[in-house]
Design a protein around this ligand. Structure first.
Ligand SMILES: [Zn+2]
Length: 209
């Protein structure tokens, strides 16, 4: 069946590099050789928050695709870069992995949560359990609010779920993309209310400095 379907699929969806869009020979590769050569881990880090890639380049293109389509194989590939970045940071081995939750309406609209997909594969690579520890108290309607109205909202858009035992644990918090440090800081603050030993935040791309 596979051998019959493959030429049809290749005809309908010719393989392309997810960064430069040039045609490729196989669907197996996410990036062409040239773009693969451009893939470089970022060295952006601020305290216990770090990113794997800069905001542009092939890494960002893969993330863009993940956020659009929710592709499992891209999530798996990006999780391996998160692991490499974590290794370069010399952070301690986490006891548990968690992720930045999306507003539930956005999850419903997309049908997937990019940060959860990444955290799932990161948890497998680390061989550490994945927990959903945070609630998002943020609603999509808030996106269009003026700066002044936003200031009236509760200070933290995230809260720790009930009955979580985080005491003395090292937690690795995964996000796909951070626009500002606020989201990551608010999640770390919410997790800290459970008295973990430490929380480290790792994102594929983002502006944290
Ligand atoms: Zn390319």
């Amino acid at each position: 069946m596979q051998s019959v379907l493959h030429p049809i699929l290749t005809f309908l969806y010719p393989p392309q590099c997810y960064h430069c869009q040039l045609p490729q020979e196989s669907h197996q590769h996410l990036l062409c050789k040239d773009c693969l050569g451009l893939l470089q881990l970022s060295n952006v880090k601020l305290g216990r928050i770090a990113t794997a890639f800069e905001l542009d380049g092939p890494g960002a293109s893969l993330l863009h695709r993940l956020r659009k389509k929710g592709s499992e194989h891209i999530a798996e590939a990006l999780a391996s870069f998160l692991l490499m970045r974590w290794d370069s940071l010399k952070w301690p081995m986490p006891d548990m992995i968690t992720y930045v939750p999306s507003p539930w309406l956005r999850c419903l609209d997309r049908g997937f949560t990019p940060s959860l997909l990444l955290a799932k594969y990161t948890s497998r690579l680390f061989d550490r359990p994945l927990y959903s520890l945070l609630h998002s108290n943020y609603h999509l309607a808030q996106v269009n609010l003026s700066h002044a109205r936003r200031k009236e909202l509760p200070l933290n858009c995230f809260s720790l779920k009930k009955n979580q035992n985080l005491q003395g644990k090292v937690i690795l918090l995964i996000d796909d993309l951070i626009g500002t440090r606020t989201t990551m800081n608010q999640c770390i603050e919410a997790l800290s209310s459970g008295f973990p030993k430490a929380v480290y935040g790792l994102t594929v791309c983002g502006a944290i400095d």
